[in-house]
Write a protein that binds this ligand. Structure first.
Ligand SMILES: NC(=O)c1ccc[n+]([C@@H]2O[C@H](COP(=O)([O-])OP(=O)(O)OC[C@H]3O[C@@H](n4cnc5c(N)ncnc54)[C@H](OP(=O)(O)O)[C@@H]3O)[C@@H](O)[C@H]2O)c1
Length: 235
């Protein structure tokens, strides 16, 4: 996929990695970028069309889908990250509502458009989909579920020509990880790496130094081989 003349939708586009993805897609010459946000957004570039889009709100998802005529790339980026210890089911519900069902709902709503263009989906998952962090187990569960959703959609949508990517993003310097005093990648570098990987057709994307250190072993590992073997059944 080259971005020139393409139409892109990014959820959670007002800050962090989502904002950086909008800027990077503009830099690459995207024709139109739909910026999904919960609060009103004003953007200086005329190619950016704001969309009111709380990904947990089915009415807003439907209304947003009605405003988009054509779509080449959907980036499910919106996410929540809260500390918990699994003692309160509400924390799990909240993470699943945004990180899993939000991704699912937005994808289903825009699938007819993506099928028409034989487009692509990127789900900004997390390295915590592969190994949970005990400080944020509910988040980790929701990202593992979102990764599994990504893998199933990849197998199911291949016959329709829709590519489905997972960004297995590691620590990135945004509001989300404000409290973590660890090395972090810049959101700009992560956005660049995600769009490069879409261009290169990498289905699992490792967009920062920490995730990149796992890329080869993931791609050559038993779990990936099993994913491919299982996906062949859908074909
Ligand atoms: N930062 C990291 O280290 C890291 C690592 C791995 C994966 N990720 C993933 O990358 C994605 C972006 O994270 P970030 O680091 O950029 O975090 P961030 O700066 O906290 O931004 C989160 C974004 O998600 C939006 N959002 C939250 N709930 C939403 C909802 N119900 N509907 C629509 N938008 C909603 C927020 O909008 P509001 O401004 O309205 O709250 C905001 O735009 C997330 O999916 C996150 O899990 C981040």
């Amino acid at each position: 996929m080259t971005f020139a003349d393409n139409t892109v939708l990014v959820t959670g586009a007002n800050r962090g990695i989502g904002q950086a993805l909008v800027t990077e897609a503009l830099r690459r010459g995207a024709k139109r970028i739909y910026a999904g946000t919960r609060q009103p957004l004003a953007h200086p570039d005329g190619r950016v069309t704001p969309l009111t889009l709380d990904v947990t709100n089915p009415g807003q998802i439907q209304a947003a889908a009605g405003q988009v005529e054509s779509l080449d790339l959907l980036i499910n980026n919106a996410g929540v990250f809260l500390y918990d210890d699994l003692s309160d089911r509400a924390a799990l519900d909240r993470h699943l509502a945004v990180n899993l069902f939000g991704t699912y709902g937005v994808t289903q709503a825009f699938l007819p458009l993506l099928t028409r263009t034989r487009g692509a989906i990127v789900n900004n998952v997390s390295l915590m989909a592969l190994a949970p962090l005990p400080l944020t187990p509910a988040y980790s569960i929701s990202k593992a579920a979102a990764f599994s959703l990504t893998q199933s959609l990849r197998a199911l949508l291949a016959s329709r020509g829709v590519r489905v990517h997972a960004a297995l993003t590691g620590p990135t310097d945004t509001d989300m990880l404000r409290d973590f005093d660890i090395p972090k990648a810049s959101p700009e570098s992560v956005a660049r790496a995600i769009l490069d990987a879409v261009d290169n057709g990498e289905e699992d994307i490792f967009p920062d130094p920490m995730s990149r250190s796992l890329a080869d072993s993931w791609r050559g590992g038993a779990a990936k081989a099993l994913e491919r073997q299982n996906a062949a059944l859908a074909a």
